[in-house]
Design a protein around this ligand. Structure first.
Ligand SMILES: O=C(O)CCC(=O)C(=O)O
Ligand SMILES: [Fe+2]
Length: 888
C-alpha cells in the first residue's frame, strides 16, 4: 500500500490549476527476469513500491513548453523523505531533461530547494511539480547544471517540432490517427488481435503468436483499413512539404511520426495494446515501457532500397507492415549482439500486411533490398528505464561498447555482415560502393575522447578503419572486434608471434613507464592463467612468500551464499573487521605485508616511495584491529531500503539519486568535493595541468555537476596511470610492494578481472558462454583467489591500458579502484554503502560501546593514509551496484 501521505499529496495536487489529470498510484510493472539470467531486475511489491503516479499538466505559459505534458512520478516507500524521480513521457527537448526523459535529478533538487523556502503547508508532490515547472521555465536559474547553449538549442528544437505539428494540424487526413480519445478503436485492429487483447490471458496471447525463430514472434494486429489510413496520412504529410526528422541516418524517406503530432494516439497503442504483448513475450525488459520512439520506414526502387544489418536502441521492437505492394525487402535476422552466433543467419522473415514482427532490440537484423514496389512499415522502439538500470543491461551494454564481443563460433554468414558496424566486412564481402566503405566500422567502435588525455597509443587499437585498404582481404591482424579468430586461421599464429615480440619489448616498456607516467604503452594481449605464469619474467618483481598465495583480495564478486561462506574460511582482515577482533589481531601479529589494511587505512600508490609518509603495514593493521575490538560487529541481511533508513536514522544522511552507470560514481562524488580538495592538483605535473586546466580552485565552485564529475574521472585515470607506472617501476627495481600498494594492486586486479571476465573480453572466459553469468563469476572468483601476487601484477600491468579506456569511456562496473584513486588524490576518505556483489544482502553492522543501536558500515572504504583533510565522501550503490546515490 502506498503511504497515506502519498494519497493525501495526490488529492492536494489534483486541486492545483496546472494539473489536468493525476492518476492513483500504481505499483511499477516490472517483472523479474530470474528465469534465464539469475536475478537482475528489481521487483516492486505492493508493500514497498515503488509506485508511479501519472500526471498530465499544462506546461509553463509563454514558453515553448506551453502545452500538455505527460509526466510520471516515481516514489518509494520512504516518501516524502526520499525525492521523487520525474520522467517526461512525451517528446520534449530541454537541457535539464535527459534523453531518456528523466528530469535531471540534481537540477530538480536545486529547483525544489528554491521552492522549499515558500513551501509552508504545501505537499512535497505539489512542490516537486512546481519545481518541474520552474526548471522548464527558467533553467538558467539553476546554474549548477544548466548550460546556456544547451538550453537555447533544446528550446529551439522543441519549438521547431511544435511548429510542424501545429502547421500540419489543418492538413490532417485522418484525425483518429492523432487524437487519443478516438484512436485505436476496435475496428482498427485485426479481430484475432482484439480477441486476445480483450481476453488478456497468456493462453489468448499465445494463440495468436507465431514463433518465427527463437525470440522472434509475429502476430496479426491491424485491419487493412487502418494500414490504408496510415499510408494515406504519410502521403499527405510528405505532400505538405513540412520538415520532418528522418528515423535514422540510413533512412532518408521515413518519418518520425511521434514528431508530426501522432504521439498521443501512439501512446495509447503502445501502453494499452503493445505493452501486454511485450510482457507476455519478454517478461522483465518488456514489462514496462517508459518511452517509445515510433517512426515509419520506407523502401522503394530509386530511393532507399534496404537497411544495413544493425541492432536497435530499444528493449523490445515492434515492426508492422503497412503496405504497399512490393517484392523482396525481407527482414533478415541473425543472433544477439555480442553473442558467439551474432553474425549467423537465423530467419528471413517476409512481411505481411497488418502483421507485426516483434523482437528484442539487441537482435541483429536488417532489411534486404526491395526489388519492386514500395514498402512502408511502422516501427516502435520501446525503452524500459528500470531494465536499463539493471546489472544485466549495464553489463551487456558495457560489453558492447568495448571490444568485448564473444569469439564467434564460425565465420559469419555473409547476409549478417554490416558494412557500417563490422570492421572486417571487407574480408568477407566487397564493399558495393565507395560510400559504404567510408562508413566502415563507424558504428560499433565509437572513438574515445577521454583517453586521448593519457596518450595516443590506445587509439592504435581503433585505427584500422583509417587504413581502409587493409580491410580488403589482407590485414585481419589488427582487427580487434568480432570474428577475428574465426575469420582467419593464421590469426592465432600471428598473435603468438606478437606475444614473443611483446616479451622482448618488456624491458623497454618498463623503462617507458618509469620515464613518464602519462606515456605508458601496454599492448593488448589476453592470456590464460597458465600462460601468464609462463610468461612472468623471473627477473621482474620480487618472489613472494607462501602467504601471498591463495589470499582472496577484498571485494571478490561472488553470487551465492555458499560462496560467501567458503570465502569466510579465508583469513581476510577486511572480513575480520566485522566478525570480531580475533582474526584481525592474528593478521596484525603476523604483520603480513599481503593483508589489506583493515579499517581502510590506505593510500594512493604513487606516494609509496615516500618513506616518511608511510605508516608501517603492521602498525596499520594493529590499529585497525584495535578499532574493531572496541565495538561489536555482526552481519545482517538487509535490502537497500533498510540500509538507507539505517543510514538516515543513525547518521542523518539522505540519499540523492545520481543515476545508473559507472560514470554516476563520479557524479555522486562531485558535489561532496570542495574547491579546497582540488587545490594544487594542477601543479603536480604538466599532465595534470593539461587535464585539469588552470585556476581549478577558482573555477570549481561555479562548475556544474557534470563538469566536476568529468574532472573527477580524469583525476582517477591520471592517478591510476601514475600508480601503475610506479608499480611497474617498483617491480623493475626488484623491491617488495608495500602493504598499501599491494592492497591497491589487488583492488585494481579484482575490478579488472570482474570487468574483463564478466563482459567476456578475455580468453580467461573464452570457454564460458556470455549468458552463463554464474560460470563467469565463478571464473572471476577462481582467478582472484588462486593467482599469485606476481601473476596479479603481471595482469594489471598488461591490461592497464584497456582498463583505463573503459574508465575513461564508461566508468567501470565495480568502481572500487576509482574510489581508492580519488581518495588518494583528494586526500579524503571515500566510503561506499549498500550491498556489493560479495555480500549480496549481507551487510556489516557495528555497535559502538556508547550506543545500543547498530550502525551500517560501508562495504568499501578507502581512507587516504595521509592526514585526511575532511569528512568522508560517501556514495550508496543501489540494487547491488552500478546505480549510485550520493549520501550527505
Ligand atoms: O524494414 C524493416 O522491416 C526493419 C526496419 C528496422 O529494423 C529499423 O528501422 O530499425
Ligand atoms: Fe531495426
Amino acid at each position: 500500500m502506498p503511504s497515506a501521505v502519498l494519497r493525501e499529496d495526490i488529492s492536494g495536487l489534483r486541486k492545483e490549476p496546472f494539473a489536468v489529470h493525476v492518476s492513483d498510484p500504481e505499483v511499477m510493472g516490472i517483472a523479474e527476469d530470474r528465469i534465464k539470467d539469475g536475478t537482475e531486475l528489481f521487483v516492486p511489491r505492493g508493500d514497498t513500491g515503488p509506485w508511479l503516479v501519472s500526471i498530465v499538466v499544462h506546461g509553463p505559459a509563454s514558453t515553448c513548453y506551453d502545452h500538455r505534458l505527460r509526466l510520471q512520478v516515481k516514489v518509494n516507500s520512504a516518501w516524502p523523505q526520499t525525492p521523487a524521480e520525474v520522467r517526461v513521457q512525451n517528446w520534449l527537448q530541454h537541457a535539464l531533461v535527459k534523453a531518456d526523459g528523466i528530469v535531471d535529478e540534481a537540477a530538480l533538487a536545486e529547483a525544489l530547494s528554491k521552492s522549499d523556502s515558500n513551501g509552508e503547508g504545501v505537499s512535497k508532490l505539489c512542490r516537486t511539480m512546481q519545481a518541474v515547472m520552474l526548471l522548464l521555465r527558467e533553467p538558467e536559474q539553476l546554474c549548477e547544471t544548466a548550460d546556456a547553449d544547451a538550453i537555447k538549442d533544446a528550446a529551439e528544437a522543441n519549438a521547431e517540432c511544435f511548429k510542424t505539428i501545429s502547421q500540419y494540424r489543418a492538413l490532417r487526413r485522418h484525425e483518429h490517427l492523432f487524437n487519443d480519445e478516438i484512436a485505436f478503436s476496435k475496428d482498427m485492429f485485426d479481430p484475432k488481435f482484439w480477441t486476445a487483447y480483450a481476453t488478456n490471458t497468456p493462453e489468448a496471447w499465445s494463440a495468436i503468436m507465431t514463433e518465427e525463430a527463437p525470440e522472434v514472434y509475429s502476430f496479426p494486429i491491424f485491419s487493412d483499413s487502418f494500414c490504408k489510413d496510415m499510408v494515406e496520412e504519410l502521403d499527405a504529410f510528405n505532400a505538405s512539404g513540412l520538415p520532418a526528422r528522418r528515423p535514422n541516418s540510413m533512412n532518408n524517406y521515413g518519418v518520425v511520426v511521434n514528431e508530426i503530432g501522432m504521439e498521443p494516439a501512439l501512446d495509447k497503442l503502445v501502453h494499452t495494446f503493445l505493452q501486454p504483448v511485450a510482457h507476455h513475450l519478454f517478461p522483465g525488459p518488456g514489462s514496462h515501457f517508459d518511452r517509445h520512439h515510433t517512426f515509419v520506414v520506407r523502401y522503394k526502387v530509386g530511393e532507399d532500397l534496404g537497411l544495413d544489418m544493425h541492432t536497435d536502441d530499444s528493449d523490445v521492437t515492434f515492426n508492422v507492415c503497412l503496405g504497399r505492394e512490393f517484392k523482396g525487402a525481407g527482414l533478415q535476422f541473425c543472433g544477439n549482439q555480442g553473442a558467439p552466433n551474432h553474425r549467423h543467419a537465423s530467419l528471413l522473415y517476409q512481411h505481411k500486411l497488418g502483421h507485426c514482427v516483434v523482437h528484442r532490440g539487441h537482435r541483429r537484423h536488417g532489411a534486404d533490398d526491395i526489388t519492386e514496389g514500395e514498402r512502408l512499415n511502422l516501427i516502435v522502439w520501446t525503452r524500459n528505464i528500470e531494465y536499463r538500470r539493471s546489472r544485466l543491461w549495464s553489463r551487456h551494454n558495457m560489453q558492447l561498447q568495448s571490444t568485448g564481443y564473444c569469439q564467434e563460433s564460425a565465420p559469419p554468414d555473409p547476409v549478417c555482415l554490416s558494412y557500417t558496424h563490422d570492421r572486417d566486412y571487407g574480408v568477407f564481402k566487397e564493399y558495393k560502393t565507395q560510400k559504404m566503405m567510408q562508413n566502415c566500422g563507424t558504428g560499433a567502435f565509437t572513438p574515445m575522447t577521454e583517453n586521448n588525455l593519457l596518450n595516443g597509443s590506445m587509439l592504435k587499437l581503433f585505427a584500422l578503419c583509417e587504413s581502409k585498404q587493409g580491410l580488403l582481404g589482407k590485414d585481419v591482424r589488427a582487427y580487434m572486434g568480432p570474428g577475428a579468430a574465426g575469420a582467419d586461421l593464421g590469426y592465432q599464429a600471428q598473435k603468438e608471434r606478437e606475444k614473443q615480440l611483446e616479451k622482448a619489448q618488456k624491458h623497454q616498456e618498463v623503462s617507458e613507464f618509469r620515464r613518464a607516467a602519462s606515456d605508458h604503452r601496454i599492448d593488448k594481449a589476453m592470456t590464460k592463467p597458465s600462460k601468464v605464469a609462463q610468461t612472468i619474467a623471473p627477473e621482474v618483481g620480487p618472489q613472494v612468500g607462501p602467504q601471498a598465495k591463495k589470499r582472496m583480495p577484498s571485494f571478490v564478486k561472488v553470487k551465492s551464499k555458499e560462496d560467501v561462506f567458503e570465502e569466510k574460511q579465508e583469513p581476510d582482515s577486511k572480513r575480520a573487521r566485522v566478525e570480531g577482533a580475533e582474526t584481525s589481531a592474528l593478521n596484525a601479529a603476523a604483520g603480513s605485508p599481503t593483508s589489506s589494511p583493515a579499517g581502510g587505512s590506505l593510500l594512493g600508490g604513487y606516494e609509496s616511495s615516500d618513506e616518511a609518509g608511510h605508516i608501517a603495514a603492521a602498525e596499520q593493521v594493529a590499529r585497525a584491529a584495535a578499532q574493531v575490538s572496541s565495538g561489536k560487529c555482526r552481519t545482517q541481511n538487509m535490502n537497500d531500503r533498510e540500509i538507507l533508513s539505517n543510514l538516515q536514522q543513525r547518521y542523518g544522511w539522505t540519499p540523492r539519486d545520481m543515476g545508473a552507470g559507472g560514470n554516476c560514481l563520479f557524479l555522486s562524488m562531485a558535489l561532496q568535493v570542495q574547491a579546497n580538495d582540488v587545490k594544487d592538483l594542477a601543479s603536480r605535473s604538466s599532465a595534470w595541468e593539461a587535464a585539469l586546466g588552470e585556476n581549478l580552485t577558482d573555477r570549481w565552485e561555479g562548475m556544474g555537476l557534470g563538469d566536476r564529475a568529468s574532472l573527477l574521472r580524469r583525476m582517477a585515470i591520471l592517478n591510476e596511470s601514475e600508480f601503475i607506472a610506479e608499480l611497474a617501476a617498483t617491480r623493475a627495481r626488484g623491491e617488495q610492494l608495500s602493504a598499501d600498494v599491494e592492497w591497491r594492486t589487488r583492488e585494481l586486479f579484482t575490478d579488472m578481472a570482474e570487468e574483463f571476465i564478466s563482459s567476456n573480453k578475455t580468453e580467461l572466459a573464452a570457454d564460458i558462454p556470455g549468458w552463463n553469468r554464474e560460470g563467469l563469476y565463478s571464473r572471476v572468483r577462481e582467478v582472484v583467489s588462486s593467482w599469485t601476487l606476481d601473476q596479479i601484477c603481471e595482469f594489471v600491468l598488461l591490461h592497464a591500458d584497456e582498463y583505463l579506456q573503459t574508465t575513461g569511456r564508461e566508468g567501470n562496473w565495480a568502481g572500487s579502484s576509482e574510489m581508492a584513486a580519488l581518495s588518494s588524490v583528494l586526500q579524503r576518505p571515500v566510503q561506499a554503502y549498500g550491498n556489493n556483489w560479495v555480500s549480496q544482502d549481507e551487510v556489516k553492522l557495528e555497535q559502538a560501546e556508547d550506543d545500543k543501536n547498530w550502525r551500517v558500515l560501508p562495504y568499501f572504504e578507502a581512507n587516504c593514509f595521509m592526514e585526511p583533510r575532511g569528512d568522508a565522501i560517501r556514495v550508496f550503490q543501489t540494487h547491488g551496484g552500478g546505480h549510485y546515490q550520493m549520501l550527505a
